[in-house]
Ligand binder design. Structure first.
Ligand SMILES: Nc1ncnc2c1ncn2[C@@H]1O[C@H](COP(=O)(O)OP(=O)(O)OP(=O)(O)O)[C@@H](O)[C@H]1O
Ligand SMILES: [Mg+2]
Length: 474
């Protein structure tokens, strides 16, 4: 496997000839991102960083990830409908994590008031790495499932054509034909359109909730434009805009700038920095409305690392998928070891094993957006500090996944053409729609492969660490 594309990677002349061709193709295909310096202008744009060549991915593991996606969709959706489970699982976390507490309070508020929302839309991305064990076998291990603002469904729809072109240019026509077609933005838009239709008002709009800094706007635009193609109006607003100009009518319809919002699709709101104090009022307003939130606050909470850890306990999955024994097995198969840091004997044991072998684990707080996890010696430092206080319950511990590094050339604007040792992470996009109790759509809608140099433990494409890639099934 390590030898794939070796002829190219060992030939500097070919690399230098092919890299600009690849970059031009990426630009032509619309694999775009705004610049760091001008994140709110499209006057000058960059290509989104990507690998020169597709990375090998074991076919069986790719198929496994694909085949478990509908199970995960169902699981997330069912947990989101179980407030007592969420309350119990997050009870320790909310005491020490202000962000999760604020989300939880909103969740509680709308539960007590009674949900006005009757149509539910989930757009998630389950992320995996390929764990390479000492006996030479490779297995699929879930990193986590993202239930809010899962990105790159748009851009990853455009990268297959880039790698196909690169391979053809290199005379590898047959290999080019093996690049998988991929179009998550189409499936995501289909889900949004379905939710919009079920909301049942032709004049109502889809509102993208966006950050003030909009560097990754092109990724959104692919989905937006698919909606416009279906004659569905899309508006883009910040939480602030909703706060200042949004209201509920007597029917609990969400009205923003005179538009009735059928679907509020969050591409922000997943980390504390996304909210200025007042913005929380906007979130509450939206949650209280009958608009379809993607995700609603309950589903966002399902995506916490704490819930992930709890699901790995014996018999928890069964609680939600009693009628789906095979799904339970398929899901469990992808779980890495996850350990609680709650106060008590079990948590004490976790502290002990983590401090003894910090290199075998990742310590994770309840955060999204990359760059928050703790590795190696720092795990020891942090745990030594918090181990005797309730603070430790803001984290969970996870087995560290160890993929086998493979060579690739990471192309970044202004970067050098060089070969790096890399590891990849596979994401599977899932979309589901539920009306009342009835699931009316449940699909896997495509994939994302991101690759980064091994010197980085953490960080995604937005952070400038990982780059877009395509799986080359082997
Ligand atoms: N168990 C693990 N073993 C090895 N690497 C890991 C593990 N968990 C996370 N990572 C690395 O850290 C990155 C971020 O982890 P994770 O997805 O849990 O955090 P996040 O902040 O939610 O990120 P994202 O913005 O991608 O949702 C992953 O993309 C992966 O590279
Ligand atoms: Mg995440």
């Amino acid at each position: 496997m390590a030898a794939l594309w070796e002829d190219i990677f060992s030939n500097k002349e070919v690399l230098e000839e092919i890299a600009p061709i690849a970059v031009d193709k990426a630009l032509l295909m619309g694999v775009l991102i705004r610049t760091k310096d001008n994140p709110n202008s499209s006057d000058v744009v960059n290509f989104t960083p990507f690998t020169l060549l597709p990375s090998p991915v074991p076919k069986a593991l790719f198929e496994q990830a694909k085949s478990v996606q509908e199970d995960f969709n169902l699981l997330v959706d069912r947990i989101s409908q179980n407030p007592s489970f969420l309350e119990q699982v997050l009870s320790s976390t909310i005491k020490v994590d202000d962000f999760i507490e604020r989300l939880f309070k909103i969740h509680k508020h709308v539960q007590d008031e009674g949900l006005a929302q009757s149509v539910f839309l989930g757009i998630n991305r389950s992320d995996y790495m390929f764990d390479f064990s000492e006996d030479g076998t490779t297995s699929l291990k879930q990193i986590e499932i993202n239930t809010i603002a899962a990105s790159f469904g748009g851009l990853s729809s455009r990268t297959p054509a880039v790698h196909q072109h690169v391979l053809k240019t290199l005379g590898k026509t047959e290999e080019a034909s093996k690049i998988l077609p991929n179009n998550p933005s189409h499936g995501i838009a289909r889900g949004i359109a379905k939710a919009w239709e079920l909301y049942g008002s032709e004049k109502a709009v889809v509102m993208f909730l966006v950050e003030t800094t909009q560097r990754n706007i092109f990724d959104h635009r692919y989905i937006e434009n698919e909606l416009w193609d279906r004659n569905i109006r899309v508006i883009r607003r910040r939480l602030r805009d909703v706060l200042e100009r949004g209201s509920l009518n007597a029917d609990k319809a969400l009205i923003v700038d005179g538009y009735e919002v059928a679907v509020a699709y969050f591409r922000t709101g997943y980390m504390p920095q996304d909210y200025e104090d007042k913005d929380w009022e906007a979130r509450l307003l939206m949650e209280r409305s009958k608009a379809v939130k993607c995700p609603d606050v309950a589903t966002q909470l399902v995506g916490t690392k704490k819930v992930q850890q709890e699901l790995s306990r014996p018999l928890t999955l069964e609680k939600f998928l009693l009628d789906r024994r095979e799904a339970t097995a398929r899901i469990r198969e992808t779980f890495a070891g996850l350990y609680t840091l709650d106060i008590g004997e079990e948590g004490d044991k976790t502290v002990e094993i983590a401090i003894a072998n910090p290199d075998q684990f990742v310590l994770k707080p309840q955060r999204e957006g990359g760059g928050n996890n703790i590795y190696g010696e720092e795990i020891k430092e942090v745990l030594e500090k918090v181990k005797d206080s309730i603070e430790r319950t803001s984290f969970i511990l996870m087995d560290k996944i160890r993929p086998r590094p493979l060579k690739n050339c990471l192309l970044k604007a202004g970067g050098q053409i060089q070969i790096s040792e890399c590891i990849s992470e596979l994401g599977m996009f899932g979309v589901y729609v539920r009306q009342g109790k009835q699931v009316v759509m449940n699909e896997g809608v495509g994939h994302l492969l991101r690759t980064k140099a091994t010197e980085h433990e953490d960080g995604g494409v937005a952070a400038g660490v990982a780059v877009l890639d395509n799986p080359y099934l082997v």
